[in-house]
Design a binder for this molecule. Structure first.
Ligand code: P6P
Length: 337
């Protein structure tokens, strides 16, 4: 599997290796993943110097080179659109930063088989406190006919139709986690060669977790069943479980990366002011649920699997309970009353 001359395997080498396992595979997905990885390397470069904004020019100001300093999430969005528009495999995108989807209508793109949805820089409000933030993406095969621009129905597919999904976390290291039906693998950016290298092979979400992650400041707005579940999370006398620890970073990518590696339960439920919670279905909850499910965990609205929700609009929100199987199942048991 590994190249005999080096102990490192790059993302490109890994996806080519996976492609070669299937004679019918064409390598188009590998190309698309390489393009997303390239865009995220550009984003990483800017995110890593965010603390120097005052020297480089505050948002909206000009920096020492006289360049317009762009808000990082606008920058991230523009980079992803630019790279994917020139990709050989992307027909269009939908983004948290764009009101509507973008159909790339040049002669090549109208014949491309895939569409990509993304949150270009999730948790960007955490940049000025140096907390980890991330890019979330998912890839679908389009359902509209090739030869014409992609349509809204290409983007309103259930999460079950996802071909591949992933995120990049810009933290103490920069890591790309990529999930396909072949499993979940993590690649850490090696700055000296500018490549994402395989570092976490065949990632699994621990079945039994003992961390719960929620913004408990919203508790007064939760319904009685959810309040009862939070009491359970904090109780000492769980029949078959140790007391759970509470962890909450306030950046979905960071909270879910911890959940994937250490196990646990991340929740952003509905409340009396937000009937569907806060997080978006298409480019936050679906990709993260796909990744966690491929790693053996569960992603649920509390009523049904996130991946089974039929989308009706690009920016719709859903409640989410996601992570270790035993904890999500316990949450569903109690919140359903
Ligand atoms: P709250 C960040 O703003 C975000 O979109 C997610 O990354 C995160 O999980 C959530 O909102 C945090 O929301 O209401 O707890 O600040």
């Amino acid at each position: 599997m590994m190249n005999p001359n080096r102990h490192l395997m790059t993302l490109d080498e890994f996806t080519v290796y996976q492609t070669r396992q299937f004679s019918h595979a064409t390598g188009e997905m590998s190309t698309l993943l390489r393009d997303i990885g390239l865009a995220c390397k550009f984003i990483n470069k800017q995110v890593n110097k965010a603390g120097l904004v005052d020297i480089l020019g505050a948002h909206g100001a000009v920096n020492v080179q006289g360049e317009e300093q762009m808000k990082l999430d606008v920058f991230a969005n523009d980079v992803l659109i630019n790279v994917l528009q020139h990709s050989s495999e992307c027909a269009g995108i939908a983004s948290e930063e764009n009101d509507d989807f973008l159909a790339f209508d040049d002669d090549h793109s109208v014949n491309s088989k895939y569409v990509v949805m993304f949150d270009p820089l999730d948790g960007s409000s955490n940049i000025d406190v140096n907390a980890s933030i991330g890019t979330i993406f998912c890839i679908y095969k389009r359902v509209s006919p090739l030869g014409k621009p992609c349509t809204q129905e290409d983007f309103l597919q259930k999460g079950r139709n996802i071909m591949a999904a992933g995120y990049v976390i810009y933290g103490s290291s920069t890591m790309l986690v990529y999930a396909s039906r072949l499993g979940v693998n993590g690649f850490t950016l090696e700055p000296s060669i500018g490549e994402f290298c395989l570092s976490h092979r065949d990632m699994k979400c621990p079945e039994k977790g003992k961390i719960y992650s929620i913004n408990q400041g919203n508790t007064a707005k939760y319904d009685d069943n959810l309040k009862r579940f939070l009491d359970y999370c904090m109780s000492e006398d769980k029949a078959n479980s140790l007391p759970w620890s509470h962890r909450y970073i306030g950046s979905m990518v960071a909270d879910l990366h911890r959940t994937l590696i250490k196990g646990g339960l991340f929740m952003y439920p509905a409340d009396c002011k937000n009937a569907n919670g806060k997080l978006r279905l298409l480019y936050e909850c679906n990709p993260m649920s796909y990744i966690i499910e491929m790693a053996g965990g569960i992603g649920s609205t509390g009523q049904e699997a996130i991946l089974d929700v039929q989308p009706t609009e690009l920016h719709q929100r859903v409640p989410i309970f996601i992570g270790s199987k035993n904890q999500v199942e316990k949450a569903i048991e109690i919140i359903r009353g």
